[in-house]
Design a protein around this ligand. Structure first.
Ligand code: WT7
Length: 672
């Protein structure tokens, strides 16, 4: 028997312990309702401890998520095996799974008639709904057709299609039979397409006869015909039908819809290794040709699924409306893979924000009862100029979360999105990420529903993400309220594994600048509260309407014009597009710059060789470019001149010929 005083203490401590238990199990219950796999995480009681846990116990976190969120054919042996300094990134090795089974079959077992896709066709009010059962059937028929036509595990199929169910089925059919896909944005020119087909060594291309966008027909099959002329690897082109108009079919062309009908609706899925390639996606770098970033199976799918659910607070039954084209990573992760892995309903938007009028998005939100809307700041800025009436006309009460992606969102656009589009009710999540990151890395959520969101700030890292800022000497900034080069300190499952056929370039671009860290190429500011704001690219990549393009790529094309001796391209602030393209060109001797059509000719050439969005808004002809004595073009000086900041030209002492700058200033004031 304990002495009296000790008994009292024991009984108090038991009571305290009991009440502690009940608080802790209550908290745990909340956190497991939020994320069931957190049940096994020691010391995790709320979202902020969950965030800490996901970073400091990253392996445990991702292993639990992978077991809980994915269906495996064989479970994995190791969670991760990474060495960022050597560009070695492997997740869930030993595991086998099939991405299409994860996106389709498992939902067909539980809810076959649930709508998987809502295809919002260009013609408003003509949407087509596709259930999980139907999408699985399409995918299997297409998978069987590809197999019968010789496409094998490990091959790479290029897809040149606008957003439509057949494009999604094509991606998933590749995944089903173990082929990688390479979706090329259907706005890219024949030359850009051909370069990507060649680099990916595709022998099969899938396209549609014609596209329809903003009420206009787009000759996609013709573009493919032109592109494959210089692609000796291409043996067959599958052509789906989007319009009634017949197109010329050559011997290598296969009528997709007809052939698919001959196939069975059962297609045995390949058991893929976690680290087999799921897809390549080309994006621009600061130098050289576009690079084919490689994403693999399990890690990518897991990251797309988890971010889709938590960043947007996606609930079962919600209709998710991501209006990005499937040709970009946003379309891959948040139109296709994330929502389908989560068994969601996802919208495929084929049109433009202003067709047939600037109310298109919001009329669609009303008609399709969209719950999460995810779009680009450039469209928001454009619509803002048309006025509130186009928004207010339609019922937007289904909206719960608004997302922004691809470029910085300025405060005015953010406020308008929040107050007018979202009626001040819906959180606006500004999401920062890249083709390289596979999914969202910094965004205001997941955090407690009432945690603050500051306009124009991407705010907080996602689970498992540890951002760091580097100073100019390459040291990690230890305090907050600083700016620096944005790096990520530890690997996460969604990150790209390599650049197709060029691992060395992968290492040089992302791993070597800050050894041991993943370097993003962006600058960022971290507030004293620890909130992040992206300040823009640190390299010669510019962002036009949320589309990424290397200035060197545009210069390459301009320089190829017979009249041009050399050129320099820069980005400048543009009201709607975020950044516009400004080109300076030195013409060869004897070419008359007075002809306006030289300028038009250069613009057309860039549209034709790359894509319309890359075409310069302005071209200034100059006698010479400002160069250092070692021959480097001083783009910094050109940017300042275009900004009109002549005071800020900076140190010109390394200039080879200072009169070049005066001439350009003079010419620029005449041009603008
Ligand atoms: C680059 C990545 C993110 C998928 C679509 C674009 C810029 C992206 C934001 C944002 C400010 C952003 C960055 C990044 N960017 N999101 N929320 N705020 N800038 O993917 O074509 O690979 O381009 O877009 O500069 O590096 P991407």
């Amino acid at each position: 028997m304990l002495p009296c005083a000790e008994r009292v203490v024991a009984s108090i401590s038991r009571r305290l312990f009991r009440s502690y238990l009940s608080v802790s199990s209550r908290r745990r219950c909340n956190i497991t309702a939020f994320m069931p796999e957190a049940a096994g995480f020691d010391g995790v009681s709320d979202r902020s401890t969950l965030q800490d846990f996901s970073v400091s116990n990253s392996e445990k976190f991702w292993a639990a998520a992978a077991r809980h969120r994915l269906s495996w054919i064989r479970t994995f042996d190791a969670v991760r095996d990474c060495d960022l300094s050597r560009g070695k990134i492997k997740w869930f090795e030993g595991g086998k799974l099939n991405v299409s089974v994860n996106c389709l079959d498992r939902h067909v077992h539980t809810c076959p008639d649930k709508v998987a896709l809502i295809w919002e066709r260009d013609e408003p009010g003509s949407e087509v709904k596709v259930t999980y059962r139907e999408l699985l059937d399409m995918t299997c028929r297409l998978g069987n057709l590809l197999r019968r036509r010789g496409v094998k595990r490990g091959d790479c199929v290029t897809i040149y299609m606008p957003p439509c169910p057949m494009a999604v089925a094509s991606m998933l059919a590749c995944a089903r039979i173990g082929a990688a896909h390479n979706v090329v944005f259907a706005g890219f020119s024949a030359e850009a397409l051909s370069e990507r087909i060649r680099d990916a060594q595709s022998s099969t291309v899938i396209t549609v006869n014609q596209g329809v966008r903003g009420g206009k027909l787009v000759e996609l099959k013709k573009t493919v015909d032109e592109a494959v002329q210089s692609c000796p690897t291409v043996q067959q082109v599958f052509v789906a039908t989007r319009t009634e108009n017949p197109v010329l079919m050559a011997a290598r062309d296969v009528a997709l819809d007809e052939e698919m009908l001959k196939e069975d609706v059962v297609c045995e899925p390949e058991a893929m290794d976690s680290e087999d390639v799921l897809f390549l996606l080309y994006t621009s770098g600061s130098t050289g040709k576009p690079k084919g970033l490689v994403h693999t199976q399990a890690g990518y799918l897991l990251y797309a699924a988890l971010t889709h659910r938590y960043v947007f607070s996606y609930q079962d039954g919600d209709v998710f409306g991501c209006v990005a084209d499937i040709g970009w990573i946003t379309g891959h992760s948040y139109t296709v893979y994330g929502p389908l892995a989560n068994g969601g309903t996802t919208v495929l938007f084929e049109s433009t924000p202003i067709y047939p009028d600037p109310g298109r998005y919001w009329e669609m939100v009303q008609r399709l009862k969209i719950n999460q809307f995810y779009g680009a700041p450039t469209a928001i800025r454009l619509l803002l100029k048309y006025g509130d009436q186009w928004v207010r006309k339609y019922d937007r009460s289904t909206l719960k979360t608004l997302g922004s992606v691809g470029e910085p969102i300025n405060t005015e656009a953010w406020e308008w999105y929040h107050t007018v589009v979202g009626d001040g009710r819906c959180p606006v999540v500004d999401t920062w990420w890249q083709t390289e990151t596979g999914g969202i890395c910094i965004s205001p959520k997941p955090s407690d529903p009432d945690a603050e969101i500051i306009p124009g700030m991407a705010m907080r890292p996602f689970f498992g993400i540890k951002p760091v800022l580097m100073d100019t000497e390459g040291n990690v900034q230890s305090s907050s309220d600083t700016s620096g080069a944005l790096c990520i300190a530890q690997p996460w499952p969604g990150m790209a594994r390599t650049i197709h056929n060029n691992h060395q370039r992968f290492i040089e671009t992302y791993c070597q600048p800050h050894p041991g860290y993943f370097f993003t190429g962006d600058g960022a500011y971290c507030s004293k509260e620890g909130y992040y704001q992206i300040t823009g690219r640190l390299d010669d990549v510019i962002n036009v309407s949320g589309h990424r393009i290397g200035t060197a790529e545009i210069e390459d094309v301009v320089n190829q014009c017979p009249v041009v001796a050399e050129s320099a391209v820069i980005g400048y602030a543009h009201d709607i597009k975020g950044e516009g393209v400004f080109a300076f060109a030195v013409l060869k001797q004897g070419v008359d710059t007075q002809y306006g059509d030289v300028s038009q000719q250069l613009k057309d050439t860039v549209s034709k060789k790359i894509a319309k969005y890359a075409s310069p808004d302005h071209i200034q002809f100059v006698k010479r470019l400002p160069k250092t004595r070692s021959g480097k073009i001083m783009r910094r000086v050109l940017r300042k001149i275009v900004e009109g900041d002549l005071e800020g030209l900076g140190d010109l002492s390394t200039l080879d010929d200072p009169t070049a700058v005066q001439e350009i200033i003079q010419g620029n004031s005449e041009l603008c």
